[in-house]
Design a protein around this ligand. Structure first.
Ligand code: SF4
Length: 332
């Protein structure tokens, strides 16, 4: 049944994974105009979605949603998955924001590459329903890969989307998607899973620590959680120590010279150390001793450490701290 299909258009959520790529291609195959929106935060990027757009020619709009995302992340209605991943409320928020964009830009419906039964938490039938209801756009979310196994949506009922040309894929096997990819001539697509730091144990622990100690955090601080070893000194102060040269380089990108304190050992190779938002003099000296401990300076010698803050630069002389003292501050 194709009643009004000719001019209809869909706006899809795109993670850049194979399923979201296929969802766009399946709809485009039936002559619909499709575009994507990709959301980014410090926890997940839009890089794969941009690549998917380049490979398929489907336009993508990228939007940073860190602020509303953090509000949701602090108290998700359905709680967290294994770590700090609030998958159901994450999807609901994304569909709500995509729905606002759908209305503003005149699209007829939303779509995504979700597959019924593929993920134990977020892609069960009740989970998909929860997301629809919470999004505020119940009935307008088409899931082209599983549509024939789901309730008919409003755009399908209205003939804007041809239900018969949608698919009925379910479950965890990816065979059907791989066959579909071959049918569409897709060879270069990312491996499934991965990419969301909220599912990473180490990152989640560092984030929990930040939430426990601060009410406000900059995006830089959230990015900084990805790099280095993190030591919680007290409720007001934390030390971040680069592990590798690459870590040091990445950390430099997220330093805010207006508020952060940066330390580096003089005369010996050593890590970059950052105190986000600065700290009192005692903590700066402690950070200098930690910095010395992780440097190549001999453990039994006093070491000069350069301290850079918005107030200027100074050198402090410290002894490297004993590893067993340092380890008690480590956020695991
Ligand atoms: S894995 Fe991360 S990005 Fe994906 S739904 Fe869960 S919280 Fe959202």
């Amino acid at each position: 049944m194709k009643i009004n299909q000719k001019n209809s258009s869909g706006l899809g959520l795109c993670s850049g994974g194979l399923d979201s790529i296929l969802s766009g291609l399946v709809l485009r195959e039936q002559g619909l105009h499709v575009e994507w929106v990709a959301f980014e935060t410090p926890f997940f990027s839009s890089d794969k979605a941009r690549k998917a757009a380049a490979v398929t020619g489907i336009p993508v709009t990228v939007q940073n949603i860190t602020k509303p995302y953090l509000t949701m992340l602090k108290a998700p209605n359905c709680g967290y998955g294994k770590h700090m991943n609030p998958c159901l409320d994450c999807h609901a928020l994304m569909f709500r924001m995509a729905g606002e964009m759908m209305k503003a830009k005149g699209f007829d419906f939303l779509f995504s590459g979700e597959v019924l039964g593929q993920r134990p938490m977020s892609q069960t039938r009740p989970s998909l329903r929860y997301v629809e209801k919470q999004s505020g756009f119940d009935g307008y979310i088409v899931r082209p890969l599983s549509a024939q196994r789901l309730e008919e949506t409003i755009p399908e009922k209205e003939g804007l989307v041809d239900r018969e040309a949608l698919l009925g894929i379910t479950g965890r096997s990816r065979k059907a998607q791989m066959q579909l990819a071959r049918d569409f001539g897709l060879t270069d697509y990312p491996a499934p899973a991965g990419g969301c730091l909220l599912t990473d144990k180490g990152y989640a622990n560092r984030l929990k620590d930040l939430f426990a100690c601060q009410d406000q955090y900059s995006e830089n601080e959230l990015h900084l959680l990805k790099h280095g070893r993190h030591f919680r000194i007290n409720a007001d102060a934390k030390i971040v120590v680069g592990r590798t040269k690459q870590d040091n380089e990445q950390m430099e990108r997220y330093i805010d010279p207006a508020v952060d304190v940066v330390l580096k050992v003089r005369n010996f190779p050593g890590p970059l150390v950052v105190i986000p938002n600065g700290a009192d003099k005692y903590t700066v000296l402690l950070a200098a001793s930690v910095c010395a401990m992780y440097s190549k300076a001999p453990a039994d010698r006093s070491v000069q450490v350069k301290v850079i803050s918005s107030k200027g630069r100074e050198d402090v002389t410290v002894s490297p701290l004993a590893p067993e003292v340092v380890s008690k501050y480590l956020i695991h």
